[in-house]
Design a protein around this ligand. Structure first.
Ligand SMILES: NC(=O)c1ccc[n+]([C@@H]2O[C@H](COP(=O)([O-])OP(=O)(O)OC[C@H]3O[C@@H](n4cnc5c(N)ncnc54)[C@H](OP(=O)(O)O)[C@@H]3O)[C@@H](O)[C@H]2O)c1
Length: 327
């Protein structure tokens, strides 16, 4: 082994102290206010060294929470495999300092048992995820989406049993409508496995979890809330102020399409830039800080395609409060 490649975490990784961590609902868990999502930039379309550098920078700066899913890649499973290699190469000595989540719920393998919310799928998928990630357990296992057909009780009992078997310490709910979330809360809590956290898309231009009462419900019940795509996949940064740059997510992946850049959106982005300038911040910093300022939000689950982006984004934990109506 090349000795230079051995990773030792920074001794200053917890220097931000209280500014960095928030209690997740009414649980015993503290999560970093900015967490790292591995949906993109951790598949086999990215070099290992680049993915590696991003995770090193994150952990060296106190980001202890990494979020995955069975189907992150490309191809499906690749992000967990890359993360498993990182665990083996770098993070094994730090396992107890990390809070690692994965999910199942979207299409993962062919046939009737590789999708949605059956007990069969969830058990098999989590076992696969653990193998790919070189882990004995995950800290948090999510049901990734609402399945309108499988009885909710089947999905929820699978989550309870997964915790009882020690394969996950906590369970979370992602993208369920409010009424189903209420059923989940009652079912899981009655079995002493209360949902730790809800994962939903909340950002300056998509406030659905607030509008639908999900964030308020979580707050009332002591469930944490983590926002995915808090930068709207990069829209709420300076990335698209002057067109679509080569290499950006909009230029290369199907998840962020050019039709989002309407004249209204461009003028909104200009306004965001003015507000960010007046606060002495970058647009991404302001956009993330706005999400963190919303009542009931535990953490933002941000993505990054470079260390520089993460360095920029992490400053959001120190942002000033917002004056009403600023954005
Ligand atoms: N539960 C769910 O269903 C669900 C769905 C989606 C995501 N998620 C989770 O949420 C995580 C984050 O999602 P996301 O990647 O869409 O988050 P995001 O933070 O909204 O977008 C991240 C992307 O924005 C761009 N970016 C970030 N910082 C920037 C900066 N400072 N300046 C310019 N551009 C910047 C980068 O894209 P480029 O550089 O490539 O342009 C980066 O990959 C995922 O990894 C996943 O863990 C969950």
């Amino acid at each position: 082994m090349n000795l230079k490649s051995i990773y030792t975490a920074s001794e200053n990784r917890y220097a931000a102290g209280d500014a960095m961590y928030a209690r997740c609902g009414r649980s015993g868990v503290l999560l970093p206010r900015i967490s790292l999502g591995l949906w993109q930039n951790f598949g086999y379309d990215t070099t290992y060294e680049k993915s590696r550098a991003i995770t090193h920078y994150a952990f060296d700066n106190g980001i202890t929470h990494f979020d995955l899913a069975n189907n992150y890649g490309p191809p499906y499973g690749a992000a967990e495999e890359v993360f498993g290699r990182l665990m083996r190469d770098d993070f094994a000595p730090y396992r107890d300092e990390l809070f690692i989540s994965t999910k199942a719920g979207y299409d993962m393998w062919p046939g009737p048992y590789g999708n949605w919310g059956s007990r069969k799928y969830l058990f098999a998928s989590l076992d696969q995820s653990l193998r790919r990630m070189n882990l004995d357990y995950v800290d948090l296992f999510y049901i990734h989406r609402y399945d309108p057909v499988t009885p909710l009780e089947e999905t929820l009992q699978a989550l309870v049993d997964i915790v009882r078997m020690g394969k996950a310490l906590y369970v979370g709910i992602s993208r369920w409508p409010l009424e189903a979330l209420k059923v989940a809360y009652d079912y899981l809590t009655a079995r002493d496995v209360p949902p730790l956290i809800y994962q939903g898309r909340l950002n300056l231009i998509d406030r659905e979890p607030q509008e639908q009462g999900i964030v308020d419900f979580c707050r009332q019940k002591g469930i944490g809330f983590i926002s995915f795509s808090p930068l709207a996949q990069g829209l709420l940064t300076d990335r698209y102020l002057n067109g679509i740059p080569e290499g950006s997510r909009m230029s290369r992946s199907g998840s962020l399409t050019a039709d989002r850049l309407t004249p209204e959106m461009i003028s909104y982005l200009q306004r965001l830039k003015d507000v960010a300038d007046s606060r002495g911040e970058t647009m991404s910093e302001t956009a993330l800080a706005w999400v963190l300022a919303q009542q009931g939000v535990t953490s933002v689950l941000a993505g990054a395609s470079s260390v520089e982006q993460l360095r920029d984004n992490i400053k959001c934990i120190y942002s000033a409060p917002f004056a009403g109506g600023e954005l």
